[in-house]
Write a protein that binds this ligand. Structure first.
Ligand SMILES: [Fe+2]
Length: 264
């Protein structure tokens, strides 16, 4: 199995053992609004993200059902490339503002993963993404102008990374990367079984069925430390997590609308 051999999984596990202490079950005391444990906080966070569960989006449902054409997948790949390629920039923008040493290290390691610098032989995730586009018959050009919803998505992430509070930025990264493993597994399965994709074409998704499990756990741990005993931060994080999930959903709306328009 690819996941077991992937050196990135080992690197991420090693990092995880250093950055994660045991999950806490401490309290967030909402003044006049009761007490919430960090476990309950994350249950709320996951529920708010689940309102925009990407696997329920019509575009991904069509992907899983084998209803997309190779041209649809190329168009998706060219559009979504911008989010994939700019993710290391979001991390850089946030990491440059972080004072907490452990958190800064976590952000940096995640960025190195994205840039393929974590393990010898790794490649930037944006390059793996272009393998997917190419595997679907597209070219590796990166000057494509995306649908406006993709611009809104990357703009929102740049904004939270540059200007958001640490809890807002972490919640945004968590909302994104906590969904990636499940979505990636489903996409890789669809690509192999219904769109004739080879392993190279699927590698971005294969890598992300494991890599972002560790990344999202790290965000979760760091976020838990910030919101513990800090209800104002908890509220901000919950709102940011939901907003991130919403803007990710809307990006797919834009891609789906362009596809439907083309078919009509
Ligand atoms: Fe990635």
């Amino acid at each position: 199995m690819m996941q077991l051999r992937d050196p990135r999984a080992f690197a991420a596990r090693k990092l995880l053992s250093g950055l994660l202490a045991q999950d806490c079950c401490s309290y967030i005391d909402f003044v006049g609004g009761g007490i919430m444990t960090t476990k309950e906080f994350f249950e709320q966070m996951d529920a708010r993200i689940a309102k925009y569960d990407l696997l329920c989006h019509p575009f991904y449902k069509a992907w899983s059902a084998g209803e997309l054409t190779r041209e649809d997948l190329q168009a998706y790949g060219r559009n979504y490339f911008h989010q994939v390629a700019e993710f290391p920039d979001f991390l850089q923008e946030f990491g440059a503002r972080v004072h907490d040493e452990q958190l800064r290290r976590a952000v940096l390691v995640n960025r190195e993963d994205e840039l393929g610098k974590d393990v010898e032989g790794s490649r930037p995730h944006a390059e793996l993404w272009l393998d997917f586009v190419e595997g679907m018959g597209g070219d590796r050009g990166t000057d494509h102008i995306p649908v406006k919803e993709i611009g809104e998505l990357t703009g929102w992430f740049h904004s939270v990374a540059r200007e958001g509070t640490p809890e807002e930025a972490l919640a945004a990264f968590y909302a994104y990367e906590s969904q990636v493993p499940r979505v990636s597994a489903e996409k890789a399965k669809g690509l192999r079984e219904m769109y004739g994709a080879d392993e190279k074409t699927c590698e971005y998704f294969t890598v992300h069925t494991t890599a972002d499990v560790y990344h999202s756990r790290i965000w979760k741990h760091q976020l838990g430390k910030i919101v513990q005993g800090n209800p104002a931060a908890a509220k901000k994080a919950l709102n940011a997590g939901e907003n991130a999930a919403k803007v990710l959903w809307k990006a797919l709306d834009g891609i789906e609308a362009a596809r439907v328009k083309k078919v009509a």
